[in-house]
Design a protein around this ligand. Structure first.
Ligand SMILES: [Zn+2]
Ligand SMILES: [Zn+2]
Length: 146
């Protein structure tokens, strides 16, 4: 079925808007991957990934650049703004989108931790950290520790 006749279940894209995508099925095996490759590829303590079958996903604006992150996998990102967008095995039927790039990151929740041999020890303590909301203009941080 042509993509334009399908109704997206979820949509997402990069920070600058150059690359957009749509998912036409609910992601399965949603997970966090704590492996060192995912830590470096995202710049965060883990990658949050929502896999869908490649047939249930379309790039709807622009296209990601891809980097071969290993002999078996490629990671998609926006060449203009750098947002990490996807992960896929080169010979697989699935593509994982980054949960943070979804328009509603709360729409899917991870059910597994992968790569736990590299999980940072402080992750289990983040619920105890003081909470601060993002300020005007997207300013974060500050407070008594600044
Ligand atoms: Zn972008
Ligand atoms: Zn990983």
């Amino acid at each position: 079925m042509p993509a334009r006749t399908r109704t997206p279940l979820l949509t997402g894209g990069c920070q600058c808007g150059a690359v957009r995508y749509a998912l036409y099925a609910a992601p399965e095996r949603v997970h966090l991957c704590h492996c060192r490759m995912c830590q470096r590829a995202t710049g965060g303590p883990f990658a949050a990934l929502a896999p869908v079958r490649r047939a249930d996903m379309d790039w709807t604006r622009g296209a990601p650049s891809e980097r071969r992150s290993s002999a078996h996998a490629a990671r998609g990102f926006c060449a203009a703004c750098g947002t990490p967008l996807s992960f896929r095995h080169l010979d697989g039927d699935w593509i994982d989108v980054t949960i943070g790039s979804l328009d509603d990151p709360d729409a899917v929740a991870p059910r597994f931790n992968y790569g736990v041999e590299s999980r940072v020890a402080w992750l289990r303590r983040i619920d105890a950290l003081p909470d601060r909301e993002t300020g005007p203009g997207g300013v974060t941080g500050g407070g008594e520790d600044a």
